[in-house]
Design a protein around this ligand. Structure first.
Ligand SMILES: Cc1cc2nc3c(=O)[nH]c(=O)nc-3n(C[C@H](O)[C@H](O)[C@H](O)COP(=O)(O)OP(=O)(O)OC[C@H]3O[C@@H](n4cnc5c(N)ncnc54)[C@H](O)[C@@H]3O)c2cc1C
Length: 391
């Protein structure tokens, strides 16, 4: 039986970030294995992402995590070395639109918190929005919350490649295989078994298995409230192109849209948003006709004439308690670590969460950013970390 100090289950964005950060810590002298059932990552959330980052969160911890995300993107070469590329941040900003006083108040509260923490978010009146972005129909809009500083698209795919490349260079072993069982004795886990029968003993095990997080947790006799939920993405071209960037606009209907290179991107959840099988990537073609296109054409009349170029379905690892990440050691099984339930913001959170978990694994405590607010305790006590700016 082979033996590793740390076994990470799942080698996509989160698992590879944890492997990268742990293996670069000079105080870590052990061995790390990343076990990945599908090294093509064809069905991972990571390869279906929209790859955006925002400062517009409603909790201090999520804002701090994004602030480090931006720092990491901007200083990518510092972290990865001189041969790494620059990662550009296309900062068109998110724009949350409110059509009720209740949601306008949520945006105003969030803006105060974000501004207090140094983010560039502004509440814009309907007139200010019309002046900045004349292409919107704003008849029903009370105000918008917008930030063009450090908020928009980044090349998450390249960051993912470099997490893996550097982790390997720093000695991490990537093993192709599916973990099908975890051995547990009382308050510790001791080994994993792969589908082909291989057994690997482990000092610590990290659950980074995306939408399958609960299947993995159950192998250790535990539970995380994470489900696979479909999210639809549509790429379209417009006969009448806009004369400036379309911010990542979150329409009150739940449809979002943005500039995407020379095209535009839109997305939404299914109407009923059920928990689905891990291999269910069925597109609801009707939703484009019935919901998305009408919203686009109403909000931006120039989108009356558009042509669909591409579509895809990806899975959120959806935390049913509060749609926030669950990070840290499990309180009942101290050497079983969680990095789960990222819902729609795991790509941007991967640098800070990878760094934080590495600190926990190597030093037994967070050293930079305290990720305790994302810990499992809130799940156990059924106390949601309320995040009211969800997408
Ligand atoms: C449509 C869409 C848009 C998104 N947009 C954004 C965005 O704009 N910004 C943002 O920050 N985030 C976004 N996200 C979320 C983000 O993509 C995810 O949170 C992130 O990719 C999660 O990475 P992960 O490594 O946790 O999970 P995954 O990428 O799903 O990886 C989990 C890995 O674990 C492996 N695995 C599972 N079980 C086992 C097992 N038993 N044995 C071995 N391997 C196993 C899987 O094969 C998989 O490769 C979006 C997601 C979707 C679907």
């Amino acid at each position: 039986m082979s033996s590793y100090d740390i076994v990470i289950i799942g080698g996509a964005m989160i698992g590879s970030s944890i492997a990268y950060w742990t293996s670069r810590d000079p105080d870590f002298t052990g061995r790390i294995a990343v076990i990945e059932r599908d090294p093509s990552y064809e069905f991972a959330s990571t390869t279906h992402t929209n790859s955006c980052i925002r400062q517009q969160f409603g909790t201090r911890i999520n804002i701090q995590i994004s602030q480090f995300g931006v720092e990491f993107i901007k200083d990518f070469k510092h972290y990865m070395g001189a041969d790494a590329p620059e990662i550009r941040l296309h900062s068109f900003g998110y724009l949350y639109l409110a059509d009720t006083e209740k949601f306008a108040d949520v945006l105003r509260d969030n803006q105060r918190l974000q501004a207090d923490m140094g983010a560039g978010t502004r509440i814009m009146s309907r007139n200010e929005l019309a002046a900045a972005y004349p292409f919107y129909n704003l008849d029903d809009v009370i105000c918008g919350s917008h930030n063009t500083l450090n908020e928009g698209y980044f090349d998450g795919g390249t960051i993912f490649d470099w997490f893996r490349k550097k982790a390997r260079a720093q000695g991490v072993d990537y093993i192709k295989g599916e973990v099908t069982a975890i051995s547990r004795t009382g308050e510790s886990v001791t080994s994993v078994t792969l589908a082909d029968g291989t057994e690997i003993s482990a000092g610590k095990i990290v659950n980074a298995s995306g939408p399958r997080a609960n299947v993995t947790a159950q192998m250790a006799g535990l539970h995380v409230p994470v489900e696979a939920r479909r999210r639809f993405t549509f790429i379209f071209d417009a006969a009448h192109r806009l004369d400036r960037d379309l911010p990542l606009t979150i329409d009150p209907s739940g449809v979002h849209m943005r500039t995407d290179g020379r095209y535009y991107m839109a997305g939404c959840p299914p109407g009923d948003d059920p928990n689905v099988d891990f291999d269910d990537f069925t597109m609801d073609h009707q939703i484009w006709e019935d919901k998305v296109w009408p919203v686009l054409a109403t909000r931006v009349p120039a989108f009356e004439q558009i042509k669909l170029i591409n579509t895809w379905v990806g899975h959120y690892a959806y935390n049913t308690l509060d749609q926030n990440a669950i990070v840290g050691a499990h309180p009942e099984v101290g050497n079983f670590y969680l990095a789960n339930g990222f819902s729609g913001h795991g790509l941007q959170q991967s640098p800070a969460v990878g760094r934080g978990l590495a600190e926990l694994l190597v030093h037994g405590a967070y050293r930079t950013l305290d990720l305790a607010p994302l810990g499992y305790d809130r799940i156990a006590s059924n106390t949601p970390l309320l995040e009211r700016a969800v997408i």
